[in-house]
Design a protein. Structure first.
Length: 387
């Protein structure tokens, strides 16, 4: 069904990097969400009112909040595609993330209001009137929300869209809460215990939990979490596909919204390469990264000596020492200053995410091992984190 809708309403839907296609895809997702949620709100509100069920009514207004979220998302997609200007030189791509944040806040408000209503319902109990139509409507709602989850999850995966992912998991949460409501409604047929109010509280808490998760993920993105591993690997694959590039390090990717990314990296080249040729290669790499991945990249050239026997020998010694201490450690930007009495080895060490040792202790350990090999060896180390 997802591919059918994409083929029907979006031309060139397979071009996942095209911003126009992404915008149309977001528009399609929002319109379908609005239609489905309005339908569910009307059905649940009518049935909840007739049956006097606060759980069903709270579930109905949860669908109404989802409808409002779709409208917010629809507006955000249009704003996100505004071209860069003097006030916002990197464009408006992050508007999508703020829409996710607003969706989360709206969901929390709805959840909190019905948490209070459900709590009151426990102390002012009213028997729920259940009919076969109530059961059918709730089952229909569960199935429709599950389909919306699958639909938006596929779109989020295809187009790498955090807002669609938030919408997808909100739909999954809705299907779970409606399932809980259905179970509670059936149980209420066999007891005078205020099951409806208790189920309403559970539904409200699930709604709030979903909202908190959406807000946390969005804040992480806005604060600047690392780029996903797939994007990093794609960048490395392109850069290292050029035989003149001997190595890559210090890659940093800044996210200004989907398909609005900036990156910087250091590329190692032979120190004897003609600077004009090296510059031409770097220009080609930057253009390819922009054309294929929509990443504007600034590349710093690191010239390295490849035929200095003494340098290479000490480089091999340092590599061996690091592997003995911790196989996960790696280094780059290796240089040597050969003095009369001392030999200074200058390099950067890349620390892995799970590295727990003190940097000072690590340097001391490296120095001790190197001086056992040659007392003249001293190190000047810069520690980099793997972000």
């Amino acid at each position: 069904m997802t591919h059918f809708l994409l083929k029907t309403f979006i031309k060139n839907y397979n071009d996942t990097k095209d911003n126009t296609v992404r915008k149309k895809c977001g528009f399609l997702s929002s319109i379908i969400g609005i239609i489905c949620n309005i339908l569910l709100f009307i059905v649940k509100f009518i049935i909840g009112t007739i049956s006097a069920s606060v759980a069903i009514i709270s579930d109905a207004f949860n669908n109404l909040s989802d409808c409002l979220s779709c409208i917010v998302t629809l507006i955000a997609y249009n704003l996100a595609e505004k071209p860069a200007d003097k006030e916002h030189p990197f464009g408006y791509g992050r508007v999508e993330y703020f829409s996710s944040l607003l969706i989360g806040c709206l969901i929390i408000i709805v959840g909190w209001e019905f948490l209070k209503t459900s709590w009151s319902k426990i102390f002012h109990y009213q028997q729920v009137q259940v009919s076969i139509y109530t059961i059918i409507a709730l089952i229909f709602s569960i199935l429709l929300k599950l389909w919306l989850f699958v639909f938006n999850k596929k779109l989020a995966t295809i187009y790498n869209n955090s807002t669609m992912a938030a919408t997808a998991y909100d739909s999954l949460s809705d299907s779970i809460t409606t399932s809980v409501t259905l179970v509670g409604t059936i149980i209420s047929l066999f007891t005078s215990f205020p099951v409806d109010g208790i189920i309403g509280i559970l539904v409200s808490l699930l709604i709030i939990k979903t909202a908190v998760s959406i807000i946390k993920d969005t804040i992480d993105t806005l604060l600047g979490k690392p780029a996903d591993k797939e994007t990093v690997q794609e960048v490395l694959n392109i850069v290292l596909s050029y035989p003149e590039i001997l190595g890559v390090h210090d890659l940093i990717i800044h996210n200004y919204g989907p398909n609005h990314m900036l990156a910087s990296l250091h590329a190692e080249i032979n120190s004897k390469m003609n600077i004009m040729i090296a510059h031409e290669i770097i220009d080609k790499i930057e253009k390819e990264l922009n054309d294929k991945l929509h990443i504007m990249t600034t590349i710093h050239l690191d010239p390295i000596e490849t035929d200095n026997e003494q340098l290479n020998r000490y480089k091999e010694i340092v590599e061996k020492v690091l592997k003995e201490i911790d196989p996960s450690l790696s280094f780059h930007d290796f240089r040597m200053v050969n003095g009369q009495n001392n030999i200074n080895l200058i390099f950067d060490i890349l620390l892995t995410d799970n590295y727990n040792r003190c940097k000072g202790q690590l340097k001391t350990q490296i120095d001790q091992k190197l001086q056992q090999i040659d007392p003249r060896l001293h190190t000047v180390i810069t520690f980099d984190n793997q972000f």
